[in-house]
Design a protein around this ligand. Sequence first.
Ligand code: HEC
Ligand code: HEC
Ligand code: HEC
Ligand code: HEC
Ligand code: HEC
Ligand code: HEC
Ligand code: HEC
Length: 352
Amino acid sequence: MSRAALGTWAAVLALTAGAAGGVDPHMDLSLMPGSCAACHRGHGVSRSPMLPAAQTEVCLQCHDSRVGIDRLVAAGVLSAEADPVQMGTALAGAFTHPLSSEAFSSEEPGAVVCTSCHSPHRGMPPRGGSGAATGQRNLSPRDPGRFEVELCQSCHGAAGLGTRSPLDLSRLTNPNNPSYHPVEAPAAERSPSVRPELAGREINCTDCHGNSDPAGPRGPHASQVHFILRADYETVDGTSESETAYALCYGCHARGMVLDDSPFEHHRLHVVDERAACATCHSAHGSLENRSLIRFGEEVFVGAVAPSLAAGRLAFVSSMPGSGSCYLTCHGYDHAPESYGDEVGSLPPPMR
Ligand code: HEC
Ligand code: HEC
Ligand code: HEC
Ligand code: HEC
Ligand code: HEC
Ligand code: HEC
Ligand code: HEC
C-alpha cells in the first residue's frame, strides 16, 4: 500500500475509532509517535495485511517486556510516557490460550491471533474497575457492538468448534436448557448461595476464565490454573475441601451456605467427608438434561460416576429445589436410587 493510500486509511480509521467506543491508544500520536508504521511496513510480507512479521510477533514488540518497550522508545516509535501492558511473563504461564505463531491475520482459517479478540485500530470498550464479576455482560474487546460471549462462542460455539470438547459450549449455556450458568440470559432458578448482587443477573466467560494472578494482565490469555481459570478449581475426587480448593466457585457462591445451608442437604457429606469434587456432580457451563447444572446422564461420563448397577441407569430426577433422586454408582457405592428431600421422583423413560 502506498503512503497516500495509508494516509486515506488513517483518516478513515481516525473517524471510526472515535465513533465506536474507546479511542485506540495505538492511534494516539502522543503515545505512539510511530503511528501506522509502528505495526505496518510498506507492503509488508506478501499476502499479509502490510505486516512485516507474523501478528503475534508484531503485537509482542510492545506487549512482551520492558526490553522491547525500551528499544522502541529509543527508536522514537513509542513515547517514554506510554506504558503498554507487558504480557510476556503471563504468556509463559502454565496454561495459555492458543495463539498461532505464523499467522498474519484473523482472516486466516483456523488462526487464533491477537486480533481474533482485539481490534488493532479501535480501543477496547470500557471495563469494570477491579475485574470482579459485576452481574453485567461485558462488551466484546473486539467490537463494542457485540457482547463478549458472542466473541467467545464464535469459536467455542456451534458456529466454530475451536475446542477439544465433544460438547459445543453454546449448547450447554443455552437458556432453553433445564439449567445453565447465566452467560446468555439470567438463570431461571435462584441460587440461595450466590452473592446477592449477582442473583438474577448475568456473568461472563471471563468472570471464570482469565489470569489467576490478579496483579497481572487481565484477560483469558493465560493462567497458572488449568482451563485458564481465574482461581483454583480441583476436579479430581479425593481432594480435601478448602476455601482454596474450590476458590473459583466460592468467589461467587458463599462457601458456608453451599456446605451447610443448600437445597442439596448432603453437600457437606459428599464434598467434605467423602471428598467428592464439585465437577463430579456439576458442569461449569450448563446441563442439557438436569436442574442445577447436574451432569449425570450427559453423553460423557465423568470421573468415577457410572450407571447404577441395580437400576441400570444414570440419572438425576428432580422437579424442584430441595429434593431429588440419584441413580448411579460412585466408587462402588450403588445409588438405586438415593434420595433427598420430600419428593421422590420417578425414573424418566430410558433414552436411546
Ligand atoms: C497496533 C498495531 C497497528 C497499528 C498502530 C495500525 N495497524 Fe493497521 N492493522 C494491524 C493489524 C494486526 C491488522 C490485521 C488485522 C487482521 O486481519 O487480523 C491491520 C490491518 C489494517 C488494514 C487492513 C484492513 C483492516 O482494517 O483489517 C489497513 C488498511 C490498516 N491496518 C491500516 C492502518 C493505518 C492507516 C494505520 C495508522 C492510522 C494503522 N493501520 C495502524 C495493526 C496495526
Ligand atoms: C509500538 C507499540 C505497540 C504495538 C506494536 C502494539 N501495541 Fe498495544 N498498546 C500500545 C500502547 C502504547 C498502549 C497504551 C498503553 C498506555 O495506556 O500507556 C497499548 C494498549 C493496548 C491495549 C489496551 C487497549 C485499551 O483500550 O485499553 C490492547 C488490547 C492492545 N494494546 C493490543 C494490541 C494488539 C492486539 C497489538 C497487535 C495488533 C498491539 N497492541 C500492538 C503499544 C503497542
Ligand atoms: C481469546 C481472546 C483473546 C486473545 C486471543 C487475546 N486477547 Fe487480549 N484480552 C482479551 C479480553 C477478553 C480482554 C479483557 C479482559 C478484561 O477486561 O477483564 C483482554 C485484555 C487485553 C489487554 C489489557 C490487559 C489489562 O490488564 O488491561 C491487553 C494489553 C491485551 N489483551 C493484549 C493482547 C495481545 C497483545 C494479544 C496477542 C498476543 C491478545 N491480547 C490476545 C481477549 C483476548
Ligand atoms: C478465534 C477463535 C477463538 C476465539 C474467538 C476464542 N477462542 Fe478460546 N480457544 C480457541 C482454540 C482453537 C482453543 C484450543 C482448543 C484446543 O486446545 O483444542 C481455545 C482454548 C480455550 C480454552 C482452554 C481450553 C482447555 O482445554 O484448556 C479456554 C478456557 C478458552 N479457549 C476460552 C475462551 C474465551 C473465554 C473466549 C472469549 C473471550 C475465547 N476462548 C475466544 C479458539 C478461540
Ligand atoms: C462469576 C460468578 C460465578 C462463579 C465463579 C460461579 N457461579 Fe454458579 N452461579 C452464578 C450465578 C449468577 C448463578 C445464577 C443464580 C441466580 O441468579 O440466583 C449461578 C448458579 C449456579 C447454580 C444453580 C443453577 C440453576 O440453574 O439452578 C449452580 C449449581 C452453580 N451456580 C454452581 C457453581 C459451581 C459448581 C461453580 C464453580 C465451578 C460456580 N457455580 C461458579 C455465578 C457464579
Ligand atoms: C462459572 C464459571 C465458568 C463460566 C461462566 C464459563 N466457564 Fe468455561 N470452564 C469452567 C470450568 C470450571 C472448566 C473446567 C472443566 C469443567 O469442569 O467443565 C471450564 C472449561 C472450559 C473449556 C475447556 C473444556 C471444554 O469443555 O472444551 C472451554 C473451551 C471453556 N470453558 C470456555 C468457556 C466459554 C467460551 C465460556 C463463555 C461462553 C465459559 N467457558 C464460561 C468454568 C466456567
Ligand atoms: C454429590 C453431588 C454434588 C457435589 C459433589 C456437589 N454438589 Fe452442588 N448440588 C448438588 C445437587 C443435587 C444440587 C441441587 C439441589 C436442589 O436444588 O435440589 C446442588 C446444588 C448446588 C447449588 C445451587 C443451590 C445453592 O446452594 O445455591 C450450588 C451453588 C452448588 N450446588 C455448588 C456446589 C459446589 C461449589 C460444590 C463443590 C464445592 C458442589 N456443589 C458439589 C449436588 C452436588
